[in-house]
Design a protein around this ligand. Structure first.
Ligand code: ATP
Length: 258
């Protein structure tokens, strides 16, 4: 574990993959995170929603150990990995080499890499060059590269944002399936409310350096995008993000429109 303040884990927290307490981070005069607390359990899928510039990426960078908090304590597992909006593949390496980059050389590693590629439905692309892949395929390679490390914590920084709408939906479904199978703790950063409802066990909204509502998405899995119950969550999250100006028609107002 990487610790911000050296606190030890106790028996009551062994289920926790991530624990942040009282974490603050400022850049110059600007306070980006203001005493944030966050816990993510093993196997839990947490989505972080928030307007642009509210500190979502800063939070991920703290969890990755790329930034240090000004105050507070951060406990994260050593096995953690991130998928970004861009796949960040090395163009001069074939797909399989990209997947297993940084791993010890050998047959076991190659087998693991091929298995991870099969899991993202790219078994036949192991010898392909990154330049020959579609955007969705390249992002699936990035996902395989993350999964092959069997992370206890998977950080997803708007991983579908650059994809076309249909590919994005397919990728969401794939990530949902893979996470259900591997059960890492997940923190997904997104602006996409529907994506949050599709994938999250719990949604946090970051606003002015603090989390607003901590909403458990209590819908059956696999999630049905057309489930009317999802609309209530949609309205709530959009309102929280300040773009929920359109009320959902209720049963009694319906007749007036007929
Ligand atoms: N290294 C840095 N130095 C100075 N300011 C920074 C630094 N990193 C982030 N900031 C500032 O902190 C604030 C939060 O940035 P951050 O990238 O975490 O937001 P975000 O929620 O991820 O935004 P977006 O959704 O647009 O990616 C911004 O005002 C940004 O300019």
């Amino acid at each position: 574990m990487a610790g911000g303040g050296g606190g030890a884990m106790t028996d009551t927290t062994t289920e926790l993959a991530v624990s942040l307490s009282g974490v603050s981070k400022s850049f110059g005069e600007k306070t980006v995170l203001d005493g944030v607390d966050l816990e993510i359990r093993r196997g839990e899928f947490v989505v972080l929603l928030g307007p642009s510039g509210t500190g979502k990426t800063t939070l991920l960078r703290l969890l990755l150990g790329l930034e240090r908090p000004d105050t507070g304590e951060i406990l994260v597992p050593r096995q953690r990995t991130v998928v970004y909006q861009e796949p960040r593949l090395i163009p001069s390496k074939r797909v399989l080499s990209n997947v297993v980059i940084g791993q010890p050389h050998g047959r076991q590693t190659k087998d693991n890499g091929r298995r991870a590629l099969a899991e993202v439905n790219l078994a036949d692309k192991h010898r392909a060059w990154p330049a020959t892949l579609s955007g969705g395929e390249a992002q699936r390679v990035a996902l395989a590269r993350a999964l092959v490390r069997e992370p206890e914590l998977l950080l997803l920084d708007e991983p579908f944002a650059a994809l076309d709408a249909l590919t994005r939906l397919r990728m969401q479904d794939l990530v949902g399936d893979l996470v259900a199978h591997h059960r890492p703790a997940v923190l997904l950063v997104t602006h996409d409310v529907d994506e949050a409802i599709r994938l999250a066990d719990r949604v946090l909204v970051l606003h002015k350096g603090r989390f607003g509502h901590d909403v458990v998405v209590d819908l059956p899995r696999p999630r049905d995008r057309t489930d009317p119950a999802a609309l209530d969550y949609r309205a709530a999250f959009l309102a929280e993000l300040g773009v929920g100006g359109v009320p959902i028609p209720s049963e009694d107002t319906h007749d007036h429109h007929d």
